[in-house]
Write a protein that binds this ligand. Structure first.
Ligand code: MN
Length: 132
């Protein structure tokens, strides 16, 4: 057993996010064969990811506040603290805070051997974000 050092909070890059989004890393692979990573992600009101997908999928647990999530071709859906959102491998989507609420989610994902954990696309426009 190891108690890991606390990783510094980092601001997520504006290339992939709109608004202020902060990441507290929880875990990255520690030993051979592992793929799991997790992070606690805090979004300011109106902040959101760009469109993206995860080659091995992603699970989000809303910890506080109101989230907005959307899969490509689907509706923008409000999700609340205590709910879990699963995105299957390769599905394009975005996630963020509602316009009037901070939002924190725990994100869990796996990284394929020799690959990236996400493939990033265009920013979510205000029209897309407001389309509820
Ligand atoms: Mn995602």
């Amino acid at each position: 057993m190891r108690i890991l050092p606390i990783a510094p909070t980092v601001k997520n890059p504006p290339e992939w996010f709109t608004g202020d989004v902060w990441l507290d890393p929880v875990i990255a692979p520690q030993d051979e064969g592992q793929r799991l990573s997790a992070g606690m992600v805090r979004f300011s009101p109106g902040a959101r990811t760009a469109w993206h997908s995860h080659p091995l999928g992603q699970t989000l647990r809303i910890m506080e506040g109101t989230a907005l999530v959307q899969a490509r071709g689907g509706d923008v859906v409000e999700v609340y603290a205590g709910q879990t959102v699963y995105t299957p491998p390769g599905e394009e989507h975005w996630h963020g805070a509602a316009p009037d609420s901070f939002m924190t989610h725990l994100a869990l994902w796996e990284t394929p051997d020799g690959g990236d954990s996400a493939h990033w696309g265009a920013h979510v426009t205000d029209d897309e974000y407001d389309n509820r």
